[in-house]
Design a protein around this ligand. Structure first.
Ligand SMILES: NC(=O)c1ccc[n+]([C@@H]2O[C@H](COP(=O)([O-])OP(=O)(O)OC[C@H]3O[C@@H](n4cnc5c(N)ncnc54)[C@H](O)[C@@H]3O)[C@@H](O)[C@H]2O)c1
Length: 420
C-alpha cells in the first residue's frame, strides 16, 4: 500500500498538468529510457528512496523508475522547494511521497525517516541529508546484501561524502553523479546560471546597469555571472581559488575581495557551498536597496540569523521576499530566507537540463542493480559509457549528429609513435 503525506491532495490535477509539460521536454528520461525500462523491468523488486527537490522534473524521474519496476519513495531535499501540486499528483500515481512546502526542521527529518522505514535498496540524495541520516540512525539498513548503493546529486553533498570517506565513515558504495560531465556542465552551469533570472523575479528589477556581485566562480556561479552580464549587469566576482579568480578576470569580470565588493553592490548572489560568505562585518556597508540572494545548496552562505538581529525591523513585502530596515535607515531585500532562491521563487532548473541529470540517475540505478555484487563502500565514478550514452541520446532527441573517430584517428590519439 502506498504511504504518503502531502500538503493538499486536491492539488493533484494541477500537479499532473505540470508533469504533462515536463514529460515533453525530457525525451531521454520520459521516452527513450522509460520505453526500454517498461520492456525490460531492470528495477523489478527494487525500492528506491530519493531525497530530492519535489518538482515536476523529479516526478518524471519517479515515473521512469516505476516503469522499470521500482517502488519509489520521495522526500524533499529542502524545506521550501517542494511544489505541493506535484507532490499530490505523485502520491495519487503511487509514489510514497512525504513532502510539503514549508516544513520545519523536525518535519524535514520525519519525512526522511518515513522513506528509510520502507527499507530501500538504493538511495538518491541531493545534499547528503538522507544518506547521512541512514548512517546515523539506520546502520542495519546499510548492510551490504540488502542495501546496494547510493547516488549524490549536488556539489555540497559530494563534499560531505568526500569528508566522510576521508574519516573512514562512509559505509556504502556512492556514485557522486553531480561530478559527471553530463551533469555539472549542464545542470549546474546552465540550470543554476539561468536560475539567477528566476530568482531575481522575486524583486522583478531591471538588471541592466546594476552592480551585481557573484560570490564564487565555480560551475553554478560562473553560469550565474554569464547570465547576469547577459542581462546588462556590471558583474564583480569574488573567489578564494586563485585560478578560478584569474579565469573570472580574463572572462571580463571585475575581481576583488568580498569586503570591497559589498560596498558598491546593488545585487549580491552567492553559490559557493561555503558558509557566512556574507557576514556581520558587511552589514554596515550595504547600500540602500541591496538585493541579497543565495543559489548554493544550504541557507548558510548569507548569515541571515545575524542580519535579523542587526536589522531595526523586518517585514515580508512580497512572496518569498523580506525587507530589512537597517539601523542607518537603509533597506535591504532578502530572497527566499537565504535558501536556494531559484527553487523557492521559481520552479528550479528547466526540464530540458534535468533530462540529463535524471537520465544519469535512472541509468546509474540500473547499473547499481546489475553490479551490486561487485560494488564496495566508497566513492565510485559514474561509468563513462553511461555518461557518453546520455550525451548521444540527448543529441539524438534534438536531431543532431556528430563525427566518429576513424580507426586511423583513434590509433593516432591513443598512440605515441607518431610525432614531428
Ligand atoms: N540552486 C541550485 O539549483 C543548485 C544546483 C546545483 C548546485 N547547487 C549548489 O551550489 C553550490 C555551488 O556548486 P558548484 O557546483 O558551483 O560548486 P563548485 O565547487 O564548482 O564552485 C564553488 C566555487 O565557490 C568558491 N568558493 C568557496 N568558498 C568561497 C568563498 N568563501 N568566497 C568566494 N568563493 C568561494 C570555490 O573556490 C569554487 O570555485 C553548492 O552548494 C551546490 O550544491 C545549487
Amino acid at each position: 500500500m502506498v504511504k504518503y503525506k502531502v500538503a493538499d491532495e486536491s492539488l493533484a490535477e494541477k500537479g499532473k498538468e505540470a508533469l504533462y509539460i515536463a514529460e515533453r521536454k525530457m525525451p531521454v528520461v520520459a521516452k527513450v529510457i522509460r520505453e526500454r525500462f517498461e520492456k525490460e523491468k531492470p528495477l523489478k523488486g527494487v525500492t528506491i528512496a530519493g531525497c530530492l527537490h519535489i518538482t515536476k522534473e523529479t516526478g518524471i524521474l519517479a515515473r521512469t523508475l516505476m516503469a522499470g519496476g521500482a517502488e519509489v519513495a520521495l522526500c524533499g531535499s529542502n524545506p521550501l522547494s517542494t511544489q505541493d501540486d506535484v507532490a499530490a499528483a505523485l502520491a495519487e500515481e503511487g509514489v510514497n511521497v512525504f513532502a510539503w512546502h514549508g516544513n520545519t526542521n523536525e518535519e524535514f527529518y520525519w519525512c526522511i525517516r518515513q522513506c528509510l522505514d520502507l527499507k530501500p535498496n538504493i538511495l538518491i540524495d541531493d545534499g547528503a541529508d538522507l544518506i547521512v541520516t541512514a548512517h546515523q540512525e539506520y546502520p542495519n539498513l546499510l548492510e551490504l546484501g540488502t542495501f546496494w548503493g547510493c547516488q549524490e546529486e549536488t556539489t555540497t553533498g559530494v563534499k560531505r561524502f568526500k569528508a566522510m570517506e576521508k574519516h573512514g565513515a562512509l559505509k556504502v558504495p556512492l556514485f557522486p553523479v553531480n561530478d559527471a560531465r553530463c551533469k555539472n556542465q549542464f545542470d549546474n552551469e546552465l540550470g543554476t546560471g539561468q536560475g539567477i533570472i528566476s530568482a531575481i523575479y522575486g524583486m522583478h528589477i531591471l538588471m541592466a546597469g546594476k552592480n551585481c556581485v557573484i560570490a564564487g566562480f565555480g560551475h553554478c556561479s560562473s553560469g550565474m555571472a554569464l547570465r547576469a552580464s547577459g542581462l546588462g549587469a556590471n558583474v564583480t566576482v569574488t573567489e578564494v581559488d586563485p585560478i578560478k579568480a584569474l579565469k573570472a578576470k580574463y572572462t571580463g569580470y571585475n575581481v576583488m575581495p568580498i569586503d570591497e565588493a559589498v560596498k558598491n553592490a546593488d545585487v549580491i548572489f552567492t553559490a559557493t557551498g561555503c558558509k557566512n560568505v556574507i557576514d556581520e562585518r558587511h552589514f554596515k556597508d550595504f547600500k540602500d536597496g541591496l538585493i541579497l540572494g543565495n543559489l548554493g545548496h544550504f541557507d548558510v552562505e548569507i548569515n541571515v540569523a545575524k542580519l535579523r538581529e542587526f536589522a531595526k525591523s523586518v517585514k515580508p513585502i512580497r512572496q518569498d521576499v523580506e525587507e530589512f530596515t537597517l539601523p542607518n535607515g537603509n533597506r535591504v531585500y532578502l530572497l527566499a530566507q537565504g535558501r536556494l532562491a531559484n527553487l523557492v521563487i521559481s520552479e528550479g532548473h528547466p526540464s530540458e537540463v534535468m533530462d540529463m541529470s535524471f537520465a544519469l540517475q535512472a541509468l546509474v540505478s540500473e547499473y547499481i542493480v546489475k553490479n551490486k555484487q561487485d560494488l564496495k563502500p566508497g566513492m565510485i565514478t559514474s561509468p563513462e559509457d553511461i555518461v557518453d550514452q546520455i550525451g548521444y541520446l540527448k543529441l539524438q532527441s534534438m536531431g543532431i549528429k556528430i563525427d566518429k573517430l576513424t580507426e586511423e584517428q583513434y590509433n593516432y590519439i591513443h598512440g605515441y609513435a607518431e610525432g614531428t
